[in-house]
Design a protein around this ligand. Structure first.
Ligand code: ZN
Length: 457
């Protein structure tokens, strides 16, 4: 009888303890959202970053300023440690504003065009040539050298609008930007223009990185706005002899010194085990880099502020990392992982926000065991009231990717994806397109997941 009483007592005790833990978890999560939505700093930090620092491509003055900006702000947060990690980054500059014209034999139509990041310049007077439009590399190869020699190749495969996950559509169209120039050059083309990787029909050309293959002649590559691409395609159908002219003066300078910015809250129980929360501090040169990735930066900084401000002491060490050079090299991400290995650090989780600052939907996990994924999925009851329903495999982030071989579980914050590619890498990626509540909800969502993961073991 005694034994049974003890058993029942301990059962009741453990039941009430676990429901206490759940209550406690839901209270903490509620506090994160209350604080972020009532006294949050992310929106004003973003205003400051986008308007006072502005574009911050690796190697630029803007990037230098951004490092200082992040360091100063994190130092004012009262965290245990703020430090910089040295990293050499590529230094590509756009030069004078590019020019592009459709020459249909009757008129010269000016179109919005930007050089792709990493591209070489055209000759000073620009290049003029007949245009061959293709949708795929296969189609291009079938044309052969004869048809492509001396021409400008126009890659015009749009992002598939039927994909609900726009990142999937982006991934499928991305080869045109990344290696279109190499494929065209192999067939003797003298230049490449691509339809901007955007899900919206408008006049903003979207840049992004391209990489030259070794052993292939380098040819200049640029992106047309989606509207211009549609117009060029239509013009070519009416007059196949239509020519195109473009001029750009970009160049790659020697690598430049730069930094990742790191802030740390020491863990109370397992200080040697680290959880990273971050985004990338660099942006393309065309815009303020609001959604890409100013929002990820200020959300990560807000996660640290929420823990500190609410007096929540993490059991594991939390590191906020503002990575440098995601856009055209990922040197910051690679350097971070390299140093982690060198210093024998154990990174258990890394969470990145680099999918825009839109309404939070959930998280994608990479490298998690089935057991861990199931456990995190069981948090849906706690997270669903805040709109966080999607907890699935997949995700992660470019900057945290290099940590994967060290056994780190990678997590990508997933906001709503329908608007991101309207702004991505284009001059309309500005502060006014970010909604304050959406941004703040994202920061609180990230803090909530970090809190739950920190209490896993
Ligand atoms: Zn990004």
């Amino acid at each position: 009888m005694k034994k049974q009483t003890t058993f029942i007592t301990s059962l009741i005790l453990s039941l009430s303890l676990s429901s206490f833990a759940q209550d406690n978890d839901s209270t903490v999560i509620r506090k994160f959202f209350n604080e972020s939505l009532s006294n949050g700093k992310s929106y004003e930090w973003l205003r400051d970053l986008t308007s006072n620092v502005g574009p911050r491509l690796s190697g630029s003055e803007g990037a230098k300023k951004a490092v200082q900006w992040g360091k100063t702000l994190l130092e004012s947060g009262g965290y245990d440690r703020v430090f910089l990690q040295d990293v050499m980054v590529p230094h590509w500059v756009r030069g004078a504003k590019e020019e592009g014209y459709i020459l249909d034999g009757k008129q010269k139509i000016k179109v919005p065009l930007v050089a792709l990041g990493g591209s070489i310049a055209t000759p000073k007077k620009g290049i003029t040539a007949e245009v061959i439009e293709v949708k795929t590399f296969q189609e291009l190869r079938a044309l052969g050298k004869e048809k492509c020699e001396g021409k400008i190749i126009f890659f015009n495969r749009p992002m598939d609008p039927t994909k609900i996950n726009t990142f999937e559509a982006y991934g499928q169209a991305g080869d045109q930007r990344r290696s279109g120039a190499n494929e065209a050059s192999k067939l003797g083309a003298i230049g490449v223009i691509i339809r901007s990787l955007s899900s919206t029909e408008n006049d903003f050309p979207h840049t992004g990185s391209m990489v030259y293959a070794t052993g292939v002649p380098l040819i200049p590559a640029a992106a047309l706005s989606t509207n211009a691409a549609t117009l060029l395609s239509k013009t070519l159908k009416e007059n196949p002899n239509t020519k195109f002219y473009f001029k750009q003066s970009c160049e790659t300078l020697p690598d430049a010194p730069s930094h990742n910015v790191v802030a740390e809250i020491k863990g109370s129980e397992h200080p040697e085990e680290i959880i990273v929360v971050g985004g990338h501090l660099d942006s393309w040169d065309l815009a303020q880099g609001a959604h890409d990735d100013g929002t990820g930066i200020v959300q990560s900084m807000e996660v640290a502020r929420l823990f500190k401000n609410l007096g929540i002491k993490p059991r594991h060490t939390i590191r906020i990392v503002l990575f440098m050079n995601e856009e055209n090299g990922n040197r910051g991400g690679v350097k971070y992982a390299e140093l982690a290995k060198q210093n024998n650090e154990k990174h258990i989780f890394a969470l990145e926000s680099d999918n825009g600052g839109f309404t939070p939907r959930g998280f994608g996990m990479q490298g998690a065991s089935a057991e861990l994924l199931a456990k995190v999925q069981s948090y849906r009851t706690l997270l669903a009231p805040y709109g966080l329903h999607e907890i699935e495999r997949g995700g992660g982030g470019v900057d945290i990717g290099p940590l994967a071989p060290q056994g780190t579980v990678l997590i990508g914050f997933k906001p709503d994806a329908q608007r991101y590619f309207e702004y991505h890498h284009a001059s309309n990626d500005t502060f006014d397109t970010v909604n304050q509540r959406e941004l703040e909800m994202g920061a609180a969502s990230m803090a909530s997941l970090i809190y739950l993961l920190d209490n896993l073991k």
